[in-house]
Design a protein around this ligand. Structure first.
Ligand code: IPM
Ligand code: MN
Length: 345
């Protein structure tokens, strides 16, 4: 019989609330013969205050044993900005080589958006996850003086660019429209821009049935609002991807529904699935958080583990729920219950 050994990291703020609903829906959708084992980890602000640790090598060893990781959100105003971001989230993405950061955007009927009624919003951003300006390759001289100089070097390797570009092409090929857009800034970023454009054009030769396009990142922010239908799969670097996926979330229903996967495609390390939203400490513990983004992240997790039917059932349940939601205000738990009923029925 089949088995999923899942690491669960509720984290801070609303993380606990949304993750318990995500798990509820996961349990409801899995067939009887699949044994779900979960182990909860206490990473986040509380552990940091108690021990000064964010994520140790021993933690990484333990996490490695799981098939996948479900994360709520990490971050709290009591911890200085950057400590948990770099010490936990980025550390995990780098340690487990999560080089495909997958962020789908689909505007579902009934969802509030500045672009509501534009059903053509259905694209996925493949954001590189382990390179670019996120590598911490920089430095400061004359710190604190009027002559301080700070560098933050964007690291782009042929190996790293090629593998994420090839992954994105394969995803484009598997979608009905078979279109891929490279988003970069190769008119200014001459070196990295050259590498990305070159690799993109080379890999394109392996996928003759995929239509290719290129757009500068600044122009891409315009099209994401004025003509989002032109996008199918977008591939881009770590920082551009960070920025445009927040915009993508905003136009496709907001962060209440934006899901993401930090994927290690080879399966050498467990992939991690998380809502794009943060820990929202201002509404934590009030049952106001929308668990939909976490539930959709569970669908991505299931798809990654080859439970395609179950992933589709969750996505259909979410679409149906959003379509009937209207102006009603429900608690986090009520939404989770409704989705759990839909996926099991
Ligand atoms: C995200 C977040 C992170 C990022 C931060 C919290 C490090 O904004 O997942 O998009 O920049 O990748
Ligand atoms: Mn971000």
């Amino acid at each position: 019989s089949r088995r999923i050994n899942l690491a669960v990291i509720p984290g801070d703020g609303i993380g606990q609330e949304v993750v318990s609903q995500g798990l509820k829906v996961l349990r409801a959708v899995l067939p009887q013969d699949v044994k779900l084992e979960t182990q909860e980890y206490d990473f986040g602000a509380k552990r940091y205050h108690a021990t000064g640790e964010t994520l140790t090598d021993a933690d990484l060893e333990q996490l490695k044993a799981h098939d996948a990781i479900l994360l709520g959100a990490i971050g709290d105003p009591s911890v200085p900005s950057g400590v948990l971001e770099r010490g936990f989230l980025l550390k995990l993405r780098f340690a487990f080589d999560h080089h495909v950061n997958l962020r789908p955007s689909k505007l579902l009927p009934g969802v509030g958006s500045p672009l509501a009624g534009r059903p053509e919003i259905d694209f996925v951003v493949v954001r590189e996850g382990t390179e670019g300006p996120y590598t911490g390759n920089g430095g400061t001289i004359r710190k604190g003086t009027p002559h301080e100089v700070a560098t933050e070097v964007s690291v782009n390797t042929a190996f790293g660019v090629e593998r994420v570009v090839r992954d994105a092409f394969a995803r484009a090929q598997a979608r009905p429209r078979k279109k891929i857009t490279l988003v970069h800034k190769n008119n200014v970023l001459a070196f990295a821009g050259h590498l990305w454009t070159n690799v993109f054009n080379e890999v394109a030769k392996e996928f003759p049935d995929v239509t290719t396009d290129y757009i500068h990142v600044d122009a891409a922010t315009i099209y994401l609002v004025t003509d989002p239908g032109r996008f199918d799969v977008i591939v881009t670097d770590n920082l551009f991807g960070d920025i445009i996926t927040d915009l993508a979330a905003a136009v496709s229903g907001g962060i209440g529904v934006a899901a993401s996967g930090n994927i290690n495609p080879s399966g050498e390390f467990p992939s991690m699935f998380e809502p794009v939203h943060g820990s929202a400490p201002d509404i934590a513990g009030q049952g106001k958080a929308d668990p939909t983004a976490t539930v959709l992240s569970v669908a991505l997790l299931l798809r990654h583990l080859d439970y395609e039917d179950e992933a589709v059932r969750i996505e259909e349940a979410v679409a149906a729920d959003l379509g009937e939601r209207g102006e009603t205000t429900r608690t986090t738990e009520e939404i989770g219950d409704a989705l759990a009923v839909r996926v099991s029925g």
